[in-house]
Design a protein. Sequence first.
Length: 330
Amino acid sequence: MLTWLRRLIGRAAGKPAATETAAIEAAATARTLPGVDVSSYQGTPGQWRGEAGNISWAAVKITELEPGGIRYVNPDAADDWNYLRQARKGRIAYLFGHPSVGAAATVSFFVSELTKLGLADGDGVSLDLEVTDGLGPAQVDAWAAQVLAELRQKLARLPVVYTFISFAQEGNCARLGGYPLWIADPSRSAGQPRVPAPWKTWAIHQYSITNPIDRDVANYPTLTAMAAALGKRKEPPPLENLGGTIVGDVSSVRWDSGLTVVAGLGKDGYVQASRWDGTRWQPWRNISLTKAVGAPGLLAWGTGKGQLYYTDAAGHVQLMSTQDSGKTWT
C-alpha cells in the first residue's frame, strides 16, 4: 500500500528495527492490535511471517482491476489467507481501487476472487484508495462511495477505507466518513495518527512503510472486538414484534453503521423510541421532553448525527438532536 510513497523511498532489507519492535510492544500495552499488510511484494507467508513478528492480524491484497481491463490477482493471496486462518489471526481482504474503472466491475471481480478463498464471519474487507487516475475529487469520492456501498451490500459488513492524509484533504473522501478509517500516517508513532476530515476517529493506523513489510495497529482491544466491528453485521430480523405501546404511525432512520431508530407516539402522549444497536432492539423509552401530537419525523446523516421533530400540545414543532446514532437525544 501507499504505492506512491514507497516508490520514492524504497525499502531496506533486514529484521525489524528496535524502534519498530518497541512500537509493537507499546501498541499492545495501549490496547491496540499489532498487524501487517501484505501483497505479492512480501511473497508467501514463509517469506514474511518472521519479519512480521508477533502480530494479531494481517491484511492481504486480493485484486486490482486496472485501467484497460487488466485483471490482477495477487498470486500469494491464497497462501496468505490460508496461513492466517490456520494461525488463528485476524484477516482483512483488500482491493486496490482505480476510479477510472467501473465500480460495479471492481467489486464483482474482488468478490468473485474472495469467494474462492472463503470469507469467514469475522473477516474484514477494505478498499485501498490512493490514486485518482486523473479524475477530480468529486468523481473519485463518488466512485469510492459506490464501491463501498456495493461491498457492504454484497458482503454484509462495513468495509474499511485505506487512504492517506493529503489524499483525503484534497476532497477525494468527502462522503466516506461513515466507514472505518485505515489511515496511512508514517510520520506519527503507532496508534497516534492524524485523522483527516470527514472522519472523527480511526480504526487502523499504518505507521511504518520503510521496511520489507508494512506495519499497522488496529484500534480495538481484542480480536473479538475487531471482528464484531469489521466482520459480518447482524442485521435486524426481517419480521419481529418490537413491542411498545405506540398508538399511531412510526418513523425510522438507519445510519451507515447499521444502527437504526424507530420512533412513534406512545400511549402516554410522549414520543417513544426503540434502537437497534447492532445486536438487538433496545427497550422502548420516552425521549421527548413534552407530550406530543401525531407521529414524529426523523433524519440521519454522517457517522451518527440525527434530528427528531415532533409537534407539542401547543402546536409548536420541537427539535431534538443526537450525536451517537440515537443512543441519546437532547
